[in-house]
Design a protein around this ligand. Structure first.
Ligand code: ATP
Length: 687
């Protein structure tokens, strides 16, 4: 009762004189009778209580939100969040003088923290979905991995306003293995002991990753992803493409349940050539869900500029512009309106935990053509790249022609039209065409496109001049007599364009893909001249054949990549390398082919780098043998990394070399087609 709360003496004081009427039981009436002076204390108390309560509520809500973000899995240690300004100071405002290298998604700078610690700061290109995925992946694994054989991010900085994403790593003073070995920056690696120890370190690093529960598959094992510390101990870096096997398996099951991926609806609203598409039901999650405290709106992931310029081979179907007739063009900012997207693997997948969203890359392997287009949209994002840069870097054949605004628009229009009109029938046609392609052509596209183009040009020229030569599908590889000549011609051009690394067997990732490297118009140097492809896991030449064939990825895919790396470390050269020397060099151009031939001839030691000092021939032969075991086409036949470490360290007996060391590209698609024609049921065996 309100009257009870007010002292009776006070009530009496407020009663008007001579008023016989008993005080009203109504609280309101009673209240009116109270003087403002008397009312003030309880009112103030009530207000204070309400305000305090509101504050408490707000505080509790904020606290909940903050703690939610920072909650990390119990078995994880959260990466440290650095203030952006601190990293700016540490790197002298990202001074070019402190730049250590350039990756597919950003530059890496040397920095010194206030406590004197030396760090490597990776400034990620924002606006790239793939870049953001890698950023998140790196941080996820940073909290999961702890090994002397792995370099994981120790911290990060993410500035939502500036959209700056920075990753901080412990500095590896001797850089990457690619530069150290192939660019001969570290003479120490020409000592056999050091070289062998690098190989064993990498093997141990992979063994560690595969021994985790669930096993972690690195997915991009190559020399530029191996860093050397001050003692030249090797450590595996770059977990941007790494993935957890369990997550991938779950994803695989999900895919099976869902049946073949299908894009139900793709609506494009083209606004002139700006072509704006709207995203409606794509659900993803940023990695706030990992509790890493970085704000990232879903829009930041899906509102992206797109360029469909990359002819990446995704899941065995290569969609080069030539193959599907996609005109190359500058990027367009688009918002995608999708009901089901391969990247998100449909509604079910989309509604799954955000923890898994980037694992979706794995699903692309068996997806139909449209999904590859979506993969492109998800991966070939170059928001900040000026159009001009894109034009020059993505159109090697026309790069020296002036590109007008209208032609640019036309191309863009064409590309979008093509994309919109890609109905099932066309999709089937493209797949049919793909199936017909000889496996050799896979190599042609991936490695020798430029060479092939030049050969064609040369042949055309010769034909015009009346000199007719054979035009076999196989003659992309220089044949006796004319190979050297045409290659020399190609090399001259490459030199002129200073794009030497296209033949390194590795393609540029992200901004600079294979075509960019072929064009010779790239201004930004990339450390080691290496790269990987954005829409597929791994790097061409290092990637396991089962990936291209749409097979299952497993630890054995890393084993295959390790096999290539081991050969590279032994030979001290790239997996594909053609020099302007005699014909015998061509036989050695493909390191894996060469190793296979040497194995047959019983001369494995010939593959080993002649400039190594203090060579232990027995150990070197063992290394090449182990590499070949890792390079077997059948994943099941390859040893595990544990066995590899055992073999390298002498604890496990090395089995006899198998007959098959085929580095052949995936031929599953073609085989299927052949079998279908013949009416055979056996479609799984490769050729
Ligand atoms: N922790 C580090 N210490 C020293 N140098 C580093 C470190 N991290 C990266 N670098 C240098 O920066 C380069 C670029 O690294 P980044 O991981 O961005 O790209 P990458 O692995 O070379 O290429 P990609 O993105 O195609 O895998 C490395 O090759 C290496 O030379």
């Amino acid at each position: 009762m309100p009257s009870r709360s007010i002292p009776s003496s006070e009530q009496t004081l407020h009663l008007p004189a001579g008023n016989e009427t008993p005080p009203s039981p109504s609280p309101l009436a009673h209240h009116h009778r109270l003087s403002s002076r008397q009312l003030l204390p309880p009112l103030a108390t009530a207000t204070t209580t309400t305000v305090a309560f509101s504050f408490l509520l707000i505080f509790a809500a904020c606290f909940r939100k903050l703690t939610q973000k920072r909650t990390v899995p119990s078995d994880s240690k959260p990466p440290h969040r650095f203030p952006h300004s601190a990293l700016r100071r540490a790197t002298n405002n990202f001074s070019p003088a402190l730049r250590l290298g350039q990756g597919g998604f950003g530059s890496v700078f040397r920095g010194t923290l206030p406590d004197g610690q030396l760090v490597a700061v990776k400034l990620m290109d924002s606006g790239s979905l793939q870049g953001e995925r890698e950023f998140q992946n790196e941080l996820f694994f940073a909290s999961k991995l702890e090994s002397p054989y792995a370099v994981t991010a120790m911290g990060f900085s993410a500035d939502r306003k500036r959209r700056a994403m920075l990753l901080v790593y412990e500095l590896m003073p001797n850089g990457n293995l690619q530069d150290a070995l192939l660019h001969r920056k570290c003479p120490e690696l020409f000592e056999w002991k050091q070289r062998f120890s690098v190989a064993v370190d990498v093997a141990r690093g992979l063994e560690y990753l595969h021994s985790l529960d669930p096993p972690v598959i690195h997915g991009d094992v190559k020399p530029s992803n191996v860093l050397l510390d001050q003692f030249f101990s090797a450590r595996i870096a770059d977990f941007g493409l790494a993935w957890s096997k369990k997550a991938a398996e779950e994803e695989g099951n999900q895919e099976k349940r869902n049946g073949e991926l299908e894009m139900k609806k793709v609506e494009l609203e083209a606004e002139d050539c700006g072509s704006v598409m709207e995203a409606e039901s794509v659900t993803t999650a940023g990695f706030e869900e990992f509790g890493l405290g970085v704000d990232q709106s879903p829009e930041s992931v899906f509102r992206v500029p797109v360029s469909l310029t990359s002819p990446e081979t995704t899941g065995g179907v290569s969609l080069s512009p030539e193959t599907v007739g996609v005109p190359v063009s500058p990027p367009t900012e688009v918002i995608v309106n999708i009901d089901k997207v391969s990247v998100a693997s449909g509604k079910e997948a989309a509604s799954k935990s955000g923890k898994d969203w980037w694992w979706k890359q794995a699903a692309g392997a068996a997806a139909p053509v449209k999904d590859y287009v979506m993969e492109w949209i998800g991966t070939e994002i170059k928001r900040e790249t000026p159009s001009s840069e894109w034009i020059s870097s993505s159109t090697p054949s026309t790069s020296n022609q002036p590109i007008t605004k209208t032609s640019k628009k036309k191309k863009e229009r064409k590309r979008l039209d093509w994309w919109v009109s890609l109905d099932e029938e066309k999709e089937k046609k493209i797949l049919k065409k793909e199936r017909k392609r000889a496996p050799r052509e896979w190599w042609k596209e991936e490695y020798c496109e430029e060479l092939e183009k030049k050969k064609r040009k040369q042949k055309k020229k010769e034909r015009e001049m009346g000199i007719v030569k054979g035009n076999s599908a196989e003659d992309w590889w220089p044949a006796a007599g004319d190979g050297e000549e045409s290659y020399t011609g190609g090399k001259k051009k490459r030199k002129k364009n200073s794009s030497h690394d296209w033949f390194s067997g590795e393609l540029f990732r992200g901004r600079f893909n294979s075509h960019d490297s072929l064009s010779g118009d790239i201004a930004i140097p990339k450390s080691g001249g290496v790269s990987s492809t954005p829409s597929m896991r791994g790097t061409v030449c290092y990637v396991a054949p089962e990936y291209g064939g749409g097979g299952d990825l497993s630890e054995k895919s890393d084993v295959y990549s390790f096999g290539v790396l081991l050969l590279v470390v032994m030979a001290g050269r790239r997996p594909l390398q053609v020099t302007n020397s005699p014909m015998s060099e061509f036989q050695r151009a493909n390191l894996i082919h060469w190793a296979r031939n040497l194995a047959r001839a019983g001369k494995l030691i010939d593959l080993v780098d002649g400039s190594i000092r203090g060579l232990d021939r027995e150990q070197a032969t063992l290394c090449v043998t182990v590499a070949l075991l890792c390079l077997q086409k059948s994943p099941a036949a390859r040893p595990s990394m544990k066995e590899v470490v055992g073999m390298l360290s002498g604890g496990v007996e090395v089995p006899a070399l198998p007959i098959e060391f085929s580095p052949s590209p995936p031929s599953r698609v073609r085989f299927k087609s052949k079998q279908r024609k013949k009416g055979s049921l056996n479609t799984d065996k490769p050729l």
